[in-house]
Design a protein around this ligand. Structure first.
Ligand SMILES: Cc1cc2nc3c(=O)[nH]c(=O)nc-3n(C[C@H](O)[C@H](O)[C@H](O)COP(=O)(O)O)c2cc1C
Length: 476
């Protein structure tokens, strides 16, 4: 009996299983600015293989579906026009490449999935496709790809551009990137191409390995995919763009969507919007899963949790959180006086950062009258709306109520304190969610895609990746 069915049988009505995804990054701090100096925080362990191995074991014990590795290719240098705040605070820098720890984490686990970020603006589909296929082979089909367009000028400059490619154009280019990747993964090696026939001494049948002959506006890839087909072929596709154009991109390509939404209302709006757009592209709405961010602060009593939260807020760095927000929006918040009414929405629209944040503030505050200090507090941990402090029962109540109210399929569990938050969540909150039949007590067999959707290892037929075609070769 599936977990959902068990929950339904126990509770009299069908309760949706909540999928759990842990957010990590190969750097000291992500959204939790100021936290690294706290005694129990293991911020600096991001470069120890042991840390990642321990984490993999912990998350699998907690029956997490996957761990998601965020990644960026530049530094946060919009605030005060300088990278100094980010460097001083260990905020998203120094930053290692997260993909290399995946095989080590896979070796000590059997089921945990791994979603790794790669940029459609700065990577190339030919090499990205091979990297993902390699990881999918080595993990036995447990890999996902978080597709990002990248939104930092500092990244653009180091990839030889004067400035970023414009927001919507990044997504247009991304559509072609995906087209090339689908051709490589889905069509280059036909079923049965790999024979491994020792007797006839044929490893693979050349007539079943096809050039993809892609010649487009941004990419030219005439040849074959270098890797043989991996268990999932196309990795599970994750995406997090929330602007108008980003949602449209997600509706076409994404199987899992990470949300930045901070209220139930915002979340429901995004879920319904992307699902409706996906249906318009001929996909089934349930083919897209949604994961809003959650920052749990667990206490054995409510007072213990609140006192931890107060401690974290005291330790949080206002400069760090403004630096983070400046990078996300492309607006230097140091240029505003402490009590200025920002009205930055109008200015934000002229920038090239995340369109969604501007839209969000405009919806929240009719025109965006926020003071700098309010913003720093609100974004102390990447968005106060995602912080839930309480007992395991209270946190489980909030999670399940939020999911039922908004239609999301699980949570992107973030941490305020590396090493501490995930351990407490696994030891105290997961058992409570399992008691309620909302988190799996065992894994389903099979690939990550199968575990998440209960269907096959491959993309569903309605997905554009399955429908991709390559031009026929004209043989003379
Ligand atoms: C939960 C979440 C995780 C994200 N992770 C990354 C990341 O790892 N790397 C990155 O460059 N952008 C990341 N982003 C940014 C998005 O991919 C996207 O670039 C950003 O939301 C701007 O796109 P938009 O204007 O369509 O909203 C993330 C966004 C969210 C909400």
């Amino acid at each position: 009996m599936s977990e959902t069915a068990k929950a339904g049988a126990a509770g009299g009505e069908q309760a949706k299983r909540l999928r759990l995804n842990a957010v990590e990054m190969a750097c000291p701090l992500q959204d939790n600015s100021g936290m690294w100096h706290l005694e129990d925080n293991q911020a600096e362990r991001y470069k120890d293989l042991d840390y990642w191995i321990d984490l993999a074991r912990l998350l699998e014990r907690g029956r997490f579906d996957s761990v998601f590795f965020a990644d960026i290719l530049g530094v946060y240098d919009v605030y005060q026009g300088s990278r100094d705040t980010a460097v001083r605070e260990g905020l998203y820098v120094p930053m290692n490449d997260p993909s290399y720890v995946i095989p080590a984490m896979a070796a000590v686990t059997e089921h945990l999935g791994f979603a790794v970020t790669s940029s459609i603006t700065y990577d190339h589909p030919y090499s990205l496709a091979r990297k993902m296929s390699t990881l999918d082979h080595l993990t036995g089909g447990r890999v996902g790809w978080n597709i990002v367009t990248s939104n930092l000028d500092s990244a653009a400059r180091n990839f030889g551009l004067d400035a970023q490619i414009a927001h919507d154009e990044r997504y247009d280019r991304g559509d072609e990137f995906l087209e090339v990747a689908y051709k490589l993964w889905e069509k280059s090696w036909e079923e049965g191409a790999v024979l491994r026939d020792r007797q006839s001494r044929v490893y693979a049948d050349p007539s079943l390995v096809r050039d993809i002959r892609h010649h487009g506006r941004s990419f030219s890839v005439p040849g074959i995919h270098l890797s043989e087909p991996s268990p999932q072929r196309t990795p599970v596709l994750f995406q997090a763009g929330s602007s108008e154009r980003g949602r449209d991109f997600a509706a076409q390509h994404a199987e899992c969507v990470f949300l930045n939404a901070m209220t139930a209302e915002e979340t429901r709006y995004l879920v319904q919007d992307v699902r409706a757009r996906a249906a318009a592209y001929g996909r089934r709405p349930e083919e897209v899963l949604f994961f809003p961010k959650l920052n749990p602060i667990v206490g054995r009593t409510g007072e213990e949790a609140q006192s931890k939260l107060r401690g974290y807020l005291e330790a949080a760095s206002a400069e760090g959180s403004l630096s983070l927000l400046s990078a996300w929006t492309g607006i230097d918040f140091s240029t505003f006086g402490a009590d200025d009414l920002l009205g930055f929405i109008r200015r934000g629209e002229e920038r090239n950062g995340s369109g969604y944040l501007a839209e969000f503030f405009s919806r929240r505050r009719d025109g965006g009258d926020w003071t700098r200090e309010e913003l720093a507090k609100y974004f102390a941990f990447g968005g106060v709306g995602s912080v839930v402090a309480g007992t395991p029962e209270e946190i489980a109540d909030r999670l399940t109520a939020f999911a039922d109210e908004t239609g999301v399929d699980g949570f992107n569990i973030a941490y305020i304190s590396r090493g501490e938050t995930f351990r407490e969540f696994v030891d105290l909150v997961v058992p409570e969610l399992q008691r309620r039949g909302r988190v799996q007590t065992d894994y389903a067999p099979g690939t990550l895609r199968h575990k998440l959707f209960g269907e096959g290892a491959r993309l569903p037929d309605s997905h554009p990746g399955s429908k991709i075609t390559i031009e026929e070769e004209v043989r003379t």
